[in-house]
Design a binder for this molecule. Structure first.
Ligand SMILES: Cc1cc2nc3c(=O)[nH]c(=O)nc-3n(C[C@H](O)[C@H](O)[C@H](O)COP(=O)(O)O)c2cc1C
Length: 170
């Protein structure tokens, strides 16, 4: 499948079956994450795997969007390891970690799995439940699994602004 077809096929899945995610697929997702480009190749990110019920229960205190899955990945940006632009000091950690998260999201899709990028979480609660994340800016939480047979594509998926609005030839 072409990348464009894969990108168009992807949607945010919010209902999952009980089928477990195989370890080989987790390994591939991490491989895709590690292939992501980062500014000055500094790789200022960390990925955490949550694959036990007690960890998912802890995560459900920080976000309502766990969808009862058994596998989640969290992507954190590490500002202290990232490139700072000389001109204005802009720190690239969150940009880098978001590219990594995009690789993760698309690899999940390519493997026949499903996910939704979760940004709606309480960072204070997250850090208190997972102190290892405290030194990072979490940019994405991914509940991962196989889409339920009756998983639906949300209306938001089709809410596309026009090409004229989004793209300009200068
Ligand atoms: C940075 C980011 C944060 C998001 N946070 C959430 C979230 O917390 N909960 C949720 O249900 N969906 C979340 N989404 C999914 C978006 O709502 C979804 O991608 C958008 O509506 C387009 O739909 P589609 O992914 O089905 O194409 C997030 C997506 C992105 C890119």
């Amino acid at each position: 499948m072409s990348f464009l077809d894969l990108a168009k096929e992807r949607y945010s899945c919010r209902k999952f079956s009980n089928k477990q995610v195989e370890q080989e697929k987790i390994d591939k997702i991490i491989e895709a994450a590690m292939a992501a480009p980062t500014a000055a190749n500094l790789q200022p990110f960390k990925i955490w795997l949550l694959n036990r019920k007690d960890l998912i229960d802890k995560m459900s205190k920080a976000t309502p969007f766990t969808f009862s899955v058994s596998t989640m990945l969290v992507i954190g940006a590490n500002k202290s390891r990232a490139y700072n632009r000389n001109f204005d000091g802009k720190n690239f950690a969150e940009i880098d970690a978001s590219i990594v998260a995009t690789h993760v999201m698309m690899e999940i899709q390519d493997l026949g799995l499903a996910t939704t990028w979760i940004g709606h979480f309480d960072p204070v609660m997250l850090n208190s439940e997972f102190p290892e994340m405290e030194k990072y800016e979490v940019v994405a939480i991914f509940p991962i699994g196989y889409a339920a047979d009756d998983a639906k594509i949300s209306e938001l998926h089709y809410n596309t602004r026009s090409k004229e609005e989004l793209f300009t030839i200068l």
